[in-house]
Write a protein that binds this ligand. Structure first.
Ligand SMILES: *Cc1c(COP(=O)(O)O)cnc(C)c1O
Length: 409
């Protein structure tokens, strides 16, 4: 597909290879760098600093476009209402762990019910402005739904390749937004191979995690938003359920940019990457002291969003974890499901399994003594729990039964 000039200026100076630092022009369509690594968007932060203050944000609508100077957008974006998501407090967990705050950022309120909306809103808008007509994605569910919805809104074609065990509700959602939706006998990386083949054949634009530069800019807004919501003082630790790692890398980038603007100081959260012990490539690499991860064989977990056996941004995830003095931790599917049930019953909060993984990860970190010096921690609930099966027990009641049995059964 031929690159087209951006219609209006913004503060983007260039794109940069995350490995070599090589520069690429901003106003062209890109996938990976020539080193086959993710590209990062760079801004003229000095100019932004001279033009706007963090207090100026207060006048703007409470959505992710309020950070527009730090985003690559050039025109009024196609939007589905990407509202700022609330930060809930879990005072019980805070007391039990002797912390001041346990916060949960509830991303399930975003369009299509997950934080994938942040990244795909950005990717679809940028692709459209650069002349793309058809976007394809390998997806475990939520990314495909978000791509499908934003493509519908932007009048682009969406094509989704999903592993065989993608939950039916996700497949149906994608298809219902009009995306061409395929089930593939394989894992997410196999679906990625198909998307790559099609992109190389000129059939579509490859929208895979970190293989285009703008999803990370969308996910970056989680870091900008939580910083602003917490009055520009970051939590001491962030627990993030890590699949491709876009959000973790994006938040780390957000904190760098905020510090360069002078909007936050140099105190950073410890970044904890949480994975399931049945798909834990980042944890294995972290424990082995490696800079990159290796393919995790036969990956499977109830937390579909983090069933990612190989991440192209592995070195960036590991670097952020180490730079922040955080850790990568694995939790069992049993611990995930038990944390999910506890939150639902005790707090009325319906976590997705990936969000529940961060709650289990917090317990694991505490048990290992990794929270020394931490007073506030923030967990990510990345999607609404409504998209997943819930093992609630339901009973039959007949019109002829004595009503007292409603309480004794
Ligand atoms: C995609 C996804 C994740 C993983 O996010 P990354 O930023 O790609 O690591 C976690 N949870 C849910 C619900 C997801 O959809």
């Amino acid at each position: 597909m031929t690159p087209r000039k951006n219609p209006a200026p913004n503060f983007v100076t260039h794109l940069e290879c995350s490995l070599t630092g090589a520069h690429y022009p901003a106003n062209a369509l890109h996938n990976l760098s020539t080193s086959q690594k993710p590209l990062l968007v760079r801004y003229d932060l000095e100019k932004i600093q001279s033009l706007i203050s963090r207090d100026a944000l207060k006048q703007r609508p409470p959505d992710l476009w309020r950070y527009r100077e730090l985003l690559p957008i050039t025109e009024t974006p196609v939007s589905l209402g990407e509202s700022a998501t609330p930060i809930l407090a879990d005072d019980g967990a805070a007391r039990a762990l002797d912390l001041e705050h346990v916060w949960i950022k509830d991303e399930g309120r975003l369009p299509t019910g997950s934080f994938k909306a942040r990244g795909l809103a950005m990717a679809v808008n940028l692709a459209k402005s650069l002349g793309v007509k058809r976007m394809a994605i390998p997806t475990n569910g939520n990314a495909g739904a978000a791509l499908a919805a934003y493509c519908a809104a932007a009048k682009l074609e969406a094509i989704c390749f999903c592993p065989e065990d993608t939950p039916a509700v996700n497949l149906q959602e994608m298809a219902f937004y009009g995306a061409k939706t395929f089930r593939v006998k394989g894992l997410i990386n196999d679906c990625g191979t198909l998307v790559k083949q099609g992109a190389e054949a000129g059939l579509w634009f490859d929208t895979s995690t970190l293989k285009e530069p703008y999803r990370i800019e969308g996910k970056k807004t989680m870091g900008l938003e939580l910083a602003e919501q917490l009055d520009w003082t970051l939590p001491d630790a962030i627990f993030y359920p890590t699949g491709g790692g876009t959000g973790l890398i994006g938040m780390w980038k957000a904190f760098d940019e905020l510090q360069a603007l002078g909007w936050i100081d140099d105190r950073r959260p410890r970044m904890f990457a949480i994975q399931s012990d049945t798909c834990a490539p980042i944890v294995a690499a972290f424990e082995a002291g490696h800079k990159e991860a290796t393919l995790w064989p036969e990956a499977s977990t109830v937390a579909a969003g983090i069933r990612v056996p190989m991440a192209i941004g592995d070195f960036l995830i590991l670097q952020a974890i180490r730079d922040s003095q955080g850790a990568a931790l694995a939790v069992s599917d049993e611990a995930i499901l038990s944390a999910q049930a506890t939150f639902a019953k005790n707090q009325g909060i319906l976590l997705c399994p990936e969000g529940a993984a961060t709650a289990a990860g917090l317990q694991e970190a505490a048990a290992r003594g990794l929270l020394a010096g931490c007073r506030s921690v923030l967990l990510f609930n990345c999607a609404t729990g409504l998209k997943y099966p819930m093992p609630g027990e339901v009973m039959d009641f007949s019109m002829k039964q004595p009503i007292e049995q409603a309480l004794t059964l």
